[in-house]
Design a protein around this ligand. Structure first.
Ligand code: G4P
Length: 526
């Protein structure tokens, strides 16, 4: 197969959801269809449950699982499907945001009982930043959930997106009969006999000709006809192009745990979802069809076992062909590196690969060369954009509790923050180090890893801040004046970029109003 065909058959995506909506269950069912696993239960949830917050063995165990399931690839009907796993625990949300920079599309799972939840909202915002195409899967239709139209309205309103149902539920909860596939004009019946749920697919091209009553009772048939008519008149005709531009989200209904509606989702997904697209760099856009290899690191996974200090950098290939043992250019370090054991991930197995194509993710064993966001090329001096840091939500001062180990602490903080565990800031007025994270769990992970891997100890002192905003101004003098004026609230990130630490949303708003020339950003790339 030539390289162009290889690229066009790649579907690299992430499944995103608020915890408990059914992401792990759906992933597993997709892997079963793809033949990547043979039995249900093979994919463990990578959720770190709330009550295990302080249980480091649990963190370690979970990390072990998550490296195995970070990327799950399988072949399906001629397509190469790459699922990028995202952490379930909301404290690791930043990991999820970064993983989303490496996908070409996403499937968002929503629980039909709970509707839109806080994490759903945040994740969709991240997708919107890059116009990532999103398919919505409304899950748990076997439960007494909300009315389908109400759910769609809520999704449109809360997430500020346009939706287009491609399947439609018949009944819900105890009276859930199945779904009508609007895309293929097929009826899928849901039967829950003796807990053995069988899926039947029946072609019903014409809903009006009475054949529907052979399969579902009159009331349900009438309601379905009525609702399909409403859908056809209220929602625009489905356009794969609009979906690929990120301007409309197709919606499917089903029940992941019952494996119901999952095959329809997968069949449609492989057909309509985009193959790798061009990506923005600080030079020209890079097309996946460019002959020369390029890619970027979006995730680094360290081994917590001090006897095996290796790390795995996850590289998303953006153009050309990646080959084992070939020298590539590490743009930031200006170094040539080659990899003798690049790995691909097939469900739970890792295997050494000889080549990989745009859309694929390869795991590179790393002795500390990589930072998140690093670009590798076949010589070109360019850097991929769109792998920003997001404003953390929790901040703490780092207090060194072992002054004899200051160097180790510094090194540990540098390396752990390169891996993206947290963000490191330095306060302008006194040079104090501040760690910023999305969740409280990271502070424990850092303390634990500093001790175990760097033999350094630290404590944290609270620093109650609302947000860190990267600041800029066209007039550099004005920016300098602002920094001097607000010195107590200024810190610098690791790249020496100035950041305004806002104590509260109110203070941030006031400061923005009083300083209209200064731009405030919630992410490091603007
Ligand atoms: P997550 O990764 O998004 O956090 O969710 P996960 O798949 O772990 O699913 C969360 C819970 O929801 C699980 O139950 C799972 O079995 C259940 N679930 C998933 N899909 C459906 C569905 O279609 N219908 C119903 N009724 N439940 C569903 P649990 O009790 O937390 O775990 P388990 O003991 O069942 O594994």
């Amino acid at each position: 197969m030539n390289i162009e065909d290889e690229i066009k058959r790649r579907k690299t995506f992430g499944i995103i959801a608020h915890p408990d909506a059914g992401k792990t269950t759906l992933t597993e069912k997709l892997l079963l269809f793809g033949g990547a696993i043979q039995v249900a239960g093979a994919v463990k949830s990578n959720k770190i449950k709330k009550h295990t917050t302080s249980d480091f063995m649990e963190i370690e165990r979970q990390r072990g699982i998550s490296v195995a399931t970070s990327v799950m690839a399988f072949e399906y009907e001629g397509y190469k499907v790459n699922i990028l796993d995202t952490p379930g625990h909301e404290d690791f949300a930043e990991d999820t945001y970064r993983t989303l920079t490496a996908v070409d599309s996403a499937i968002m799972v929503i629980d039909c009982v709970k509707g839109v939840e806080p994490q759903t909202r945040k994740l969709l915002e991240v997708c919107r930043m890059r116009n990532t195409p999103v398919i919505v899967f409304i899950n748990k239709m076997d439960r007494e959930g909300r009315d389908a139209f109400d759910l769609l309205d809520e999704i449109e309103k809360e997430l500020k997106i346009k939706v287009r149902p491609l399947s439609w539920p018949i009944g819900i909860g105890k009276s859930f009969k199945g779904v009508y596939n609007l895309y293929e004009k097929k009826l899928n019946l849901f039967r829950g006999e003796n807990k053995q749920i069988v899926e039947d697919t029946i072609e019903v091209r014409n809903l009006k000709d009475g054949s529907l009553e052979n399969f579902i009772s009159g009331d349900f048939a009438d309601k379905l006809r009525e609702e399909v008519e409403i859908i056809e008149s209220v929602y625009p005709e489905f356009s794969a192009n609009d979906y690929q531009q990120g301007s409309i989200c197709p919606v499917f209904f089903g029940s992941a745990v019952n494996n119901f509606g999952v095959k329809e989702l997968l069949d449609c997904f492989v057909r309509i979802s985009p193959f790798p697209r061009s990506r923005e760099t600080d030079q020209n856009d890079v097309s996946p069809f460019d002959k020369k290899f390029s890619g970027f690191v979006f995730k680094i996974h360290a081994n917590l076992d001090p006897k095996h200090r290796d790390r795995i950098a996850f590289l998303r290939i953006c153009s050309g062909k990646f080959e084992r043992n070939k020298y590539y250019h590490h743009v930031r370090d200006k170094k040539e590196l080659r990899f003798s054991n690049p790995t691909a991930f097939m469900a739970q197995d890792k295997s050494v690969i000889d080549e990989a194509y745009p859309g694929d993710i390869v795991g590179l064993y790393d002795a500390g060369n990589f930072k998140i966001g690093d670009t590798m090329t076949e010589g070109a001096e360019l850097n991929f954009k769109g792998i920003p840091s997001f404003s953390p939500e929790l901040f703490r001062f780092v207090v060194n509790t072992d002054p004899m180990k200051s160097k180790q602490l510094q090194k540990g903080l540098e390396q752990l923050t390169d891996e993206g565990v947290a963000q490191l800031f330095t306060r302008k007025v006194d040079g104090r180090k501040i760690l910023g994270t999305v969740g409280a769990l990271q502070f424990e992970v850092i303390q634990f890893r500093l001790k175990g891997e760097y033999n350094a100890s630290c404590n944290f002192e609270s620093y109650n801040m609302h947000k860190a905003c990267w600041i800029d101004c066209d007039d550099k003098k004005k920016l300098e004046d602002f920094i001097e004026d607000k010195a107590n609230y200024i810190a610098y990130d690791k790249e020496e970029r100035p950041v305004f630490m806002a104590e509260s949303a109110w203070l941030l708003q006031m400061t923005q109003e009083k300083n209209p020339d200064i731009q405030f950003y919630f992410k490091s790339e603007f």
